[in-house]
Design a protein around this ligand. Structure first.
Ligand code: FE2
Length: 704
């Protein structure tokens, strides 16, 4: 089924909208056709219903799934509310794409008849055609356009074209039948002698711009990443079956010391002794292709998962004494740039075994030279050491908010370069796909020799601790109901009150996720943020380290939204050097925390076990003439403060005794109240539809 139109994505800046509409329609049909053609390799109903591997659904699911995806996304995006078959559309909605290697999918499904799924696909094709006919196409097609969702459906099907072809390679041989449309390469010869190519140090930028995408892209490709790579050496060729054989015959699978801890656990569980698609016969090794076995083509690239690739590198490192490892994502791009392979849809890809442009299999690793290297793109995917991580400015697309975010867990390794069946976005060097390290794709590897490990992303997790995330949003996120940001407003009030006083050192007690700490650093030379909770302090530390935080917020029930905020967007990036965070107890601070010109205690006193003690002692830490600023919503609760320790909010001698009365009683010996009490409101978002709106009483006290 070599169809050249499948290879590249559609450029979105076509001047004539109707031509663009026709191009998208053609891409839809060609992709739909190719996907259906792939399934003609299945011999009978059993081939559809029998799971090729325990971790995934049987192929009948995937036949329906890519069609259902169009309908479900059209409904979700408000493009078309009609369903084609609600029962099938609920059955085919969610794949089993991301499971652990020991997490077998043994749920029992009553799958529909195979011919019913084929009939369903025909109906979906007609349905999508009618949508493509009448969907308005006037402005440019970008991230926010309904046409982006159409392109998403096409690219989603191209992903499954590839992953389903892997499942077909894993299906029992007697359940598949070869056909001419999917004929493999027949060329093979002696494997080349491995050589290295020197790659010079490089600096470059990765990441696509949402304002000018040029073509469709997945969420993880957008944003900005500044890369800087040292000099290293890269293998000229992908590792061939022949080169990998030396590792197998040297006992590489039996020797635990070459395997990572995670790789070792997988190897023991899966009891592997050789690559997945290698088959040992009495007359020697053979290779499983889509629908046949062939005598081992020793000069084709070996296909492994990331664990096997890493174990090979460790074995080769111990054999040669060189720093052999997989490339990092940045290093892969460095060798791509060095080889002269462009990184954008506007430039042609070099001739390569990619996009079904040639045969339906790998080919010799020597066939396609790209500059001084071979197979920089195409043939098989190349495992990288780098785990999937977001570029700065990452945002999810609302029509597919869990495309990438579940893979920001450090356990999904990036693959680069594409394979013989990678079409559209998959064939773009800018694309970023990642799989669990035990997963098999049409993927192999190229090793590099380097002195140091590759640079690793420091941030790969979303803060999903609900309370911490709520405070991240409170401090760094959106404002609601036109109520200004609370910690920022407090810091502003503090700085105003400081007028004419020295502003060297400030202490933000109960700093939570640190917004006021950073805001105070605009005016103070040194600001210390202290909170009882290490979970909160870690947010401030992350902002200091990365300038950026990411967290999930609850939208409703189990649905979450994804947020990213930076110091730069608040104009605070220059002040990090003035800020330090510590974990500490406001009632029992270490003696070093003293000599402050300002102490801010925001929404703190009614959260302390013993606020009396705190208020009686705090003057020791403030310079004469300095200020203490106390903000409190006066919500005295036994769960935080035993009733006996409340400083106000009760009747005393028959009269109301307020928190302000209590503050005077405890502070007047060492402070003088400065100006009137202020009411400063704040809003904490609980869910998309539930907010706490509170008014804090703010008083300012000048140290005598
Ligand atoms: Fe899917």
């Amino acid at each position: 089924m070599p169809v050249a139109e499948l290879l590249r994505q559609i450029p979105l800046e076509l001047p004539d909208p109707e031509r663009l509409r026709d191009s998208i329609r053609q891409a839809f049909h060609v992709t739909f056709d190719s996907y259906e053609s792939l399934f003609t390799l299945l011999r009978n109903d059993e081939a559809y219903l029998r799971k090729p591997i325990a971790l995934r659904h049987p192929l009948i699911f995937y036949l329906g799934h890519t069609a259902t995806f169009f309908i479900n996304k059209f409904v979700l995006a408000g493009i078309d509310s009609r369903r084609v078959d609600p029962r099938l559309e609920s059955m085919f909605a969610v794949g089993v794409d991301e499971m652990s290697w020991d997490d077998l999918d043994d749920r029992q499904y009553a799958w529909p008849r195979v011919e019913d799924v084929w009939a369903y696909r025909t109906k979906v094709r007609e349905h999508v055609d009618t949508v493509l006919d009448r969907l308005p196409l006037n402005g440019p097609v970008g991230w926010d356009s309904p046409w982006w969702v159409v392109l998403m459906g096409i690219e989603h099907e191209r992903i499954h074209l590839e992953t389903s072809s892997v499942l077909i390679r894993q299906q029992k041989l007697d359940l598949v039948c070869a056909n001419a449309a999917w004929a493999p390469c027949r060329e093979t010869g002696d494997a080349p002698v491995p050589e290295f190519v020197d790659i010079p140090p490089l600096r470059f930028r990765l990441g696509r711009e949402r304002a000018d995408p040029g073509c469709y892209g997945w969420d993880n490709e957008f944003g900005e990443h500044q890369a800087s790579t040292d000099a290293f050496r890269a293998g000229r060729y992908l590792v061939s079956n022949h080169e990998f054989l030396a590792f197998v015959t040297d006992g590489g699978y039996q020797n635990d010391r070459y395997w990572t801890e995670e790789g070792l656990a997988w190897k023991r569980f899966a009891k592997v002794e050789h690559p997945e698609f290698w088959i040992r016969h009495a007359d020697g090794w053979r290779l499983r292709l889509l629908a046949e076995e062939t005598p081992m083509p020793w000069d084709w690239p070996v296909e492994t998962n990331a664990h096997e690739a890493k174990a090979f590198c460790n074995w080769m490192a111990s054999e040669t004494g060189l720093g052999i490892r997989l490339p990092g994502e940045d290093e892969w791009h460095a060798l791509r740039i060095h080889a002269g392979v462009p990184d954008g849809v506007r430039e042609p890809l070099p001739k390569a075994q990619i996009g079904l442009a040639q045969q339906a299999s790998s080919c010799p690793v020597t066939r396609h030279a790209h500059g001084p290297l071979c197979d920089v793109v195409g043939n098989v995917w190349q495992w990288c050491e780098t785990p999937m991580h977001p570029f700065a400015g990452f945002a999810v697309h609302p029509a597919y908010d869990d495309f990438t975010t579940p893979t920001f867990d450090g356990r999904h390794a990036l693959i680069k370069g594409g394979s013989w069946i990678s079409c559209g976005n998959l064939a773009e060097p800018a694309s970023r796909y990642a799989f669990r390290r035990h997963f098999f794709q049409h993927a192999g590897f190229r090793y590099v020799a380097a002195e140091r490990p590759p640079s690793m992303p420091r941030l790969s997790r979303y803060e999903d601790d609900a309370q911490v995330a709520q405070y991240c949003e409170f401090h760094w996120g959106d404002t609601f109901f036109e109520v200004p940001n609370f910690p920022k407003a407090l810091a502003h009030l503090c700085v105003q009150a400081m007028e004419g006083r020295p502003m060297h050192r400030a202490l933000d007690l109960g700093c939570a996720t640190g917004r006021a700490t950073f805001e105070l650093a605009r005016s103070f030379q040194q600001v210390t943020g202290i909170d009882f909770s290490a979970r909160f302090i870690s947010v401030g530390d992350r902002l200091l380290r990365d300038g950026c935080i990411r967290y999930t917020v609850i939208d409703e029930g189990e649905l979450v939204g994804y947020r990213e905020h930076t110091l730069a967007e608040h104009g605070l990036q220059a002040f990090g050097s003035r800020v330090t965070f510590f974990q500490g107890d406001a009632c029992n601070l270490r003696t070093v925390f003293t000599g402050y010109d300002l102490v801010l205690a925001a929404n703190l006193i009614d959260r302390l076990d013993n606020p009396r003690l705190f208020l009686q002692e705090i003057h020791r830490r403030i310079n004469r003439g300095g200020l203490l600023v106390i903000a409190s919503p006066c919500t005295w609760l036994e769960e935080h403060t035993p009733r006996a320790n409340w400083i106000g909010g009760f009747k005393q001698d028959g009269e109301s005794f307020t928190t302000l009365d209590g503050l005077h009683a405890l502070l007047d010996a060492n402070f003088e109240q400065f100006g009137p009490a202020h009411n400063v409101p704040f809003v904490i978002r609980e869910t998309r539809r539930k907010f706490q709106h509170t008014v804090s009483e703010v008083t300012i006290w000048s140290r005598r």
